[in-house]
Design a protein around this ligand. Structure first.
Ligand code: RAM
Length: 895
């Protein structure tokens, strides 16, 4: 059996609204044989589902490539659906049948195709208001409809209805981009919502990121503009071939809505008494509605949806309702999350529901909101008073586990509440479990840190008045995120914003989209508004990571200019172009070796900045090589050599002591290969000493933490890495787990051992940065690694490192080629390893402390292990395998 399954176009199944001229196709191969490789493929793209009008036929192409095959047929036209299918031949001479038929659909391929105008329901003096406003329009269709699409966006956020029905299930559209330069529009299929005759289109627009409050601590508002606006273009194609378009223009009308106030940080006030029944249906009397204004907007900023839309993902029922010592009525959802509360209430007209949201209770068990700073996270719903009323807010989201009921008609019952979890609609592709329940909870918390902070942009946190795309946080967590969900499109969109928001001199803003630039002059700590080491490096590290996980060369092509200009920015600012010892840096942010009351860890900026400079330059050189730019490759390889040499002269004494005695300094030099070989052992030993001196604990902050366990286990100190990971007392990953955390904290001591809180001014309980340990669980505990030489898991390196008190661990990962599985378990004096490798890939498997003669292959044929430094290794092809070998040697080494 040989079968092509799961065909996708630009990572998606049957996407509509594509803008790319050369979409790429991928497929997964299924086979019941072992060692399967694709020998050839044939791909066809057609205008019709029957493949009578084929516009591109590759013919038989001898290639094992099954991921990102780029379309190379005639130019694609706007507003068209194209069908595609693929068949393959394998190395056994088997030929598959044609795959199922997939399709993709183009949106507007050219700005000139926009006929719609931006219309605003707001007057010039409403800049400080954040109301939801209604817009509506009626139109007549006079034939049978074959194809109808809506292309829509807003300045602000929008929801659209056709004949009373909500269009699509996307939330917080159009998402957050650097609006003045890039504004996404969404495409929806509305064929089934329209009728022959009179139709109505209605929309609600709200403030959103466009004009609402942002970066509360510096009080930004109206960042992109002060009037919300809507842009809609509908294309209707009749069965007789005629086309009609309906667009936003002066003829639309507007009105206030029941949404009196809606703000991302602060929540929503909704007065159901102001609902206008039938406002989004045909034949509604809109005489009292007012005319809209047309406003100017540069239409060349419009781009089709690039990221994945935010959608409702899960509904969580409360676990309890409690009365706190202060007498507050509080619902506990048992999980810290991002989203909102959906509730059903019964009461009289004018009765109110008021809810507030918080992440934690304080040491006395009272509702705690101080760490939200100015974010109100408050929902107010005023009842219209008929029957049961169900409510969900529109243009806001909250970060919470606890909900305080401040007002409610009658006695609330927990059955009437559910938490709605929202995030970008990424596919879940990774799972990890092991025998240690605390570690499983840590992994759970990491996943929830991802879910809560991948809301259209990678944010630092989802609860306080911040929720910004901090580059440093994204950079440290991206690898872990790639193991858990398919984040390729999510990061691609954000990186495109990074590129357009990058300064002319190559400097990278602290947050993307950049809403801080030019507004930090009064900040007490931050002396600059862009380009901190470890933060700006997101420009290089993020595209590289996406390339590694998804074999997506386009991301490198698209970001290359941005990557290079970041390196050139550093070169221009570094002493002699080599040692970066100037400017403001966040450094090893929040490290525990910081001075009392400071956020800045003890590792000096020049060491950190020069180390990251070396690392990013090395990545840039590799990227240049992949893109075939050999002169840049030479140039940056050279630059990298110079940085490493100068780094060693500057920071290592002649006898091999690293001059900075902090854990993070030692971690970075080892991780980025900045240690002269002869000093390596000493450097590792000093790191171990530094951990010992701290009672076996870490002191690292944002930049040292992601790498500390990797550095240990990659240098023969797996046991020490486990011991750090499995510490249960403060400071450690499991300390917070034992304190009941359900997400990852911003500070190691967010809640101190005595129950008191770290200062309220910056204490998020849902920050993913320290969740970057997630990649160690996959790569080292289970041993599931991408081979940097064959990205996208085309070649997999499987190298489990059992240790700690773990008796088993397993991980599953849905790569672009299919499912990879690795597990190990210890029992009866043996260790058993199970592995699954998808067709069209190969793997090198390295079994720790094994000798080839002692390995029994229980499943899988023709596997030849050879002894190597770490144990025994073999090259295996696709299929499922089971190996077993005695533990003796392993135990002797680990204990
Ligand atoms: C905090 C953010 C973020 C960090 C910056 C430097 O405000 O929460 O995590 O990157 O500071």
């Amino acid at each position: 059996m040989l079968k092509v399954s799961d065909i996708t176009c630009e990572y998606q199944k049957n996407p509509i609204g594509l803008g790319t001229k050369k979409p790429r196709f991928s497929w997964i191969i299924e086979s019941d044989m072992q060692n399967v490789i694709q020998m050839s493929y044939r791909l066809q793209v057609s205008l019709d589902e029957k493949f009578k009008n084929i516009i591109w036929d590759t013919g038989v192409i001898n290639s094992s490539k099954s991921v990102h095959i780029e379309y190379d047929g005639p130019d694609l036209r706007s507003f068209r659906r194209y069908f595609y299918r693929v068949k393959i031949m394998d190395n056994y001479g088997q030929e598959s049948v044609w795959s199922d038929i997939g399709y993709f659909e183009t949106a507007l391929m050219d700005t000139s195709e926009w006929k719609a105008k931006f219309i605003t329901p707001e007057s010039e003096d409403e800049g400080n208001l954040s109301k939801g406003k209604y817009l509506r329009h009626e139109f007549v269709l006079d034939g049978e409809i074959d194809f109808a699409r809506i292309y829509a966006t807003a300045l602000g956020m929008y929801e659209i209805y056709i004949n009373g029905k909500r269009v699509g299930d996307d939330l917080l559209t159009p998402g957050w981009t650097s609006y003045k330069k890039r504004l996404q529009y969404q495409t929806y299929d509305i064929t089934d919502l329209l009728v022959k005759g009179v139709n109505a289109v209605g929309a609600i627009v709200g403030a959103g990121w466009y004009k609402g409050d942002l970066a509360g601590w510096i009080g930004r508002r109206n960042v992109y503009g002060s009037r919300t606006a809507l842009l809609v273009q509908m294309l209707i194609r009749y069965t007789d071939g005629r086309e009609q378009i309906i667009v936003t223009d002066e003829t639309w009308k507007a009105s206030d809505s029941p949404i009196l106030y809606s703000e991302i940080y602060h929540g929503e006030i909704y007065d159901a008494r102001l609902e206008q029944s039938g406002w989004n249906l045909p034949n509604f009397d809109d005489n009292s509605w007012y005319a809209v204004d047309v406003i100017n907007w540069d239409m060349s900023t419009l781009i089709p949806q690039e990221g994945l839309p935010v959608r409702r993902q899960e509904f969580i029922k409360p676990i309890s309702m409690i009365i706190t010592p202060k007498g507050e009525k509080v619902i506990d959802f048992g999980q810290n999350l991002a989203g909102w509360v959906k509730f059903t209430v019964r009461g009289k007209c004018g009765d109110k529901v008021v809810l507030k949201h918080a992440e934690v209770l304080d040491s006395e068990g009272n509702f705690y909101t101080e760490n939200l700073r100015s974010a109100k996270q408050r929902i107010e719903y005023i009842l219209k008073g008929y029957d049961a009323e169900t409510f969900e807010p529109h243009f806001t989201f909250q970060g919470f586990r606890y909900v305080k009921i401040e007002e409610y008609p009658g006695e609330p019952s927990i059955d009437d509440f559910a938490a709605v979890v929202i995030h970008s609609d990424m596919k879940r592709i990774g799972k990890f479990t092991c025998s240690n329940e605390l570690l499983n909870q840590l992994y759970h918390n990491i996943v929830w840190g991802l879910k809560s902070n991948f809301i259209d942009v990678p944010t630092d946190c989802p609860q306080r008045d911040e929720r910004l795309g901090w580059t440093g946080d994204a950079q440290v967590f991206i690898e872990t995120s790639c193991f858990i969900m398919n984040t390729a499109l999510f990061f691609r969109k954000w990186l495109h914003d990074l590129k357009v928001d990058q300064l002319k001199n190559g400097g990278v803003p602290f947050v993307i989209p950049d809403v801080l630039g030019g507004h930090l002059e009064n900040d007490k700590l931050i002396r600059q508004d862009h380009s901190s080491s470890g933060w700006g490096d997101a420009a290089v590290i993020c595209p590289w990571t996406i390339y590694q996980f998804y074999d997506d060369v386009n991301i490198l092509k698209e970001q290359y200019g941005s990557m290079k200009s970041w390196i050139e920015y550093i070169r221009a600012n570094a002493r002699d172009g080599i040692i970066w010892d100037s400017g403001f840096h966040f450094g090893d942010w929040l490290a525990l070796d910081a001075k009392e009351g400071s956020y800045l860890g003890a590792t000096p900026n020049d060491l950190i900045a020069t180390a990251f400079y070396a690392y990013s330059t090395e990545i840039l050189a590799k990227t240049a090589k992949i893109l075939g730019n050999l002169s840049d490759y030479e140039e940056y390889l050279n630059l990298h050599d110079k940085i490493v040499k100068a780094f060693q002269d500057e920071f290592f004494t002649p006898s091999g002591r690293l001059a900075v005695r902090t854990q993070t300094a030692h971690v970075l030099v080892l991780m980025f290969n900045l240690v002269p070989d002869k000093y390596r052992a000493r450097t590792i030993q000093t790191l171990i000493d530094l951990i010992d001196e701290n009672n076996g604990h870490l002191t690292t902050g944002f930049l040292g933490t992601p790498y500390i366990c990797h550095v240990l286990s990659n240098n023969g100190k797996t046991k020490e890495a486990y011991s750090l990971l499995l510490k249960e007392d403060y400071p450690s990953w499991l300390y917070q787990v034992k304190k009941g955390a359900t997400t990852v904290w911003e500070h190691w001591d967010g809640i101190k051992p005595d129950g008191t809180m770290w200062s309220a001014d910056m204490n998020s309980f849902n920050h993913y940065a320290y969740g970057s340990i997630g990649s160690w669980l996959y790569r080292e505990i289970v041993g599931l690694n991408v081979d940097p030489e064959a990205p996208g898991f085309k070649h997999i390196i499987i190298k489990p490192k059992p240790g700690g008190d773990l008796t088993y661990a397993e991980a599953e990962y849905l790569s672009a080629y299919g499912r990879i599985f690795v597990s190990w378990s210890i029992g009866g004096g043996d260790i058993t390893i199970d592995v699954a490798i998808p067709p069209n890939t190969k793997a090198k498997i390295i079994l720790p402390h094994a000798s080839s003669e002692a390995i029994e292959t229980i499943r899988g044929v023709n596997v030849h292990f050879e002894n190597c430094n770490d144990g025994a290794e073999a090259e295996i092809g696709s299929g499922t395998y089971k190996f077993i070998y005695p533990l003796t040697k392993f135990l002797a080494i680990e204990n």
